[in-house]
Write a protein that binds this ligand. Structure first.
Ligand SMILES: [Zn+2]
Length: 160
């Protein structure tokens, strides 16, 4: 290898990584968290595991978060990703904590055919943990109702 070709190779190697990240990452890019089933069982309470990893549904009117009115953020109990803020919460009267929108990129949806009528299931964008279903009978401005299992959330009150 001549000195000239060595230098041009070196230049190419140095230049390449700088060009790559612009296309690969954006502001809402969230790196996935993947754990084994045993790791999830160790990390979560049995109630959290049943909802987050097995798409269970908690009994209505059982979550203390139904009555939570403080300012703060609601985080995924599986991976601590912030999903909702208190400003997005409303009292739906259904017995589950309900939100009319979510933080950008925090959740992903898919169609669930478990019941006769298809529902839109949603889950945490980072750990894939099941949180609830979204319905089209929510309040303005979105008209959406994210019906969330309270056990799948941790509430962090804002520091006063
Ligand atoms: Zn999560």
């Amino acid at each position: 290898m001549t000195r000239r070709s060595f230098l041009s190779t070196l230049t190419a190697l140095v230049a390449a990584p700088a060009a790559a990240p612009a296309a690969a990452t954006g502001p809402t890019q969230i790196a996935p968290l993947e754990l084994s089933d045993a790791e999830w069982r160790a990390r979560l309470t049995p109630e959290q595991y049943a909802v987050l990893r097995r798409e269970g549904t908690e009994r209505p009117f059982t979550s203390p978060l139904n009555a939570e009115k403080r300012t703060g953020t609601y985080h995924c109990a599986g991976c601590d990703l912030a999903l909702f803020t208190s400003a997005m919460k409303f009292d739906s009267g259904t017995g589950w904590p309900s939100f009319f929108t979510m933080l950008p990129g925090a959740i992903k949806t898919r169609t669930d055919f478990k019941l006769i009528i298809p529902r839109t299931e949603y889950h945490c964008a980072r750990c894939g943990g099941h949180h609830g279903h979204v319905f089209n009978d929510g309040p303005a401005p979105t008209g959406k109702r994210y019906c969330n299992n309270g056990v799948a959330l941790n509430f962090l009150p804002e520091e006063a």
